[in-house]
Design a protein around this ligand. Structure first.
Ligand SMILES: [Zn+2]
Length: 326
């Protein structure tokens, strides 16, 4: 009996132990399942967040690009069908308002636009040649050494200078002043023809060295402001007199300032083009040349150019040069 009871207890004990083991196993399984479910849930959450972020990004990009199109359209872009071409593209393509002008230079496009903006009354043609002649820059701001000195259409002004020590090769004396051979011979013909008609002219200043101009300019500076001096005297290197193709003349009365009041001035004004000369600095071109009018200062450019300038009614060499010689 006792043995029976003992046996029963042992069996029960064993059964309990097995049962505990099963229970532990089940618990472990449940815990594992929970863990897996939790991980799955976390993964789903992460994917949802990522998708939300992705949609947000797409929306922001779409919004910005719509806004950009709106701005360029307001800023003057042109609408071709449904395609809006922004201004910066228009500026450099064939739709440029300056493109039809013969001396248009694509590389100056931005400068044309900027210059036109501060000169709204100016014609497109004027904008183009003036910018080509660097008129949109301050005088002496764009300074480049000229080359091709044997060409009578060489330009020397407040943007183009001759190199230090430059000396023309064929200087000869006329009225005691040095001029290049062609210039001097043209002058001589003009002077002799004038004389035959009763007008007396003579050269009082021809070729000047850069050194000479330096002294002259500094002498003016000693008694006047730089701003004033720049209006009536060239800085060294920038004077046309360096080329040997420019000259100052007197009429029947001595004095440069007196020249305009002499009958010789009228004759020279009407006839100098026949000999290849132009009166270089006029009252109406002061803003272009940067100099006050100098009725006494003649420049040799050759008969072809001086005649063409007269026929076309162009009164500054800067304009003619920018339009027809560049
Ligand atoms: Zn002069």
């Amino acid at each position: 009996m006792v043995n029976d009871v003992k046996g029963t207890l042992t069996v029960e004990k064993e059964q309990n132990t097995q049962y505990d083991a099963i229970l532990r196993e089940q618990k472990a399984l449940i815990a594992e399942k929970r863990k897996r479910r939790k991980r799955k849930k976390q993964l789903v959450n992460m994917i949802t967040i990522c998708l939300i972020l992705l949609f947000a990004c797409i929306w922001v990009i779409a919004f910005i690009s719509t806004k950009d199109k709106g701005v360029s359209s307001e800023g003057g872009g042109e609408n071709f069908g449904n395609t809006i071409i922004p201004d910066d593209v228009l500026e450099i393509n064939e739709l440029s308002p300056y493109r039809d002008i013969p001396y248009y230079k694509e590389e100056n496009e931005e400068r044309y636009n900027a210059y036109a903006e501060i000169n709204p009354q100016m014609t497109k043609e004027d904008v183009v040649w003036r910018v080509n002649a660097h008129q949109d820059k301050d005088k002496y701001e764009y300074d480049v050494e000229v080359s091709g000195y044997d060409d009578p259409t060489i330009i020397v002004n407040k943007y183009y200078k001759v190199p230090e020590g430059y000396k023309p090769p064929d200087l000869q004396q006329f009225d005691g002043q040095y001029l290049r051979k062609d210039t001097g011979e043209a002058y001589k013909k003009m002077r002799d023809d004038a004389r035959r008609e009763g007008y007396r002219i003579r050269v009082v200043s021809g070729y000047r060295t850069v050194e000479y101009q330096k002294n002259l300019y500094n002498r003016y500076l000693a008694t006047d402001t730089k701003e004033n001096v720049d209006r009536y005297s060239a800085r060294p290197g920038y004077s046309e007199h360096h080329t040997g193709m420019a000259m100052d003349i007197f009429g029947s009365r001595d004095g440069l300032r007196e020249f305009e009041a002499t009958p010789e001035y009228e004759w020279v004004k009407n006839n100098c083009y026949k000999y290849g000369f132009i009166i270089r600095y006029l009252k109406e071109t002061e803003d272009i040349t940067g100099y006050e009018a100098e009725p006494w200062h003649l420049r040799y450019v050759g008969v072809e150019v001086s005649t063409d300038m007269k026929e076309k009614g162009i009164n500054s060499f800067e304009e003619y040069h920018a339009k027809y010689l560049e």
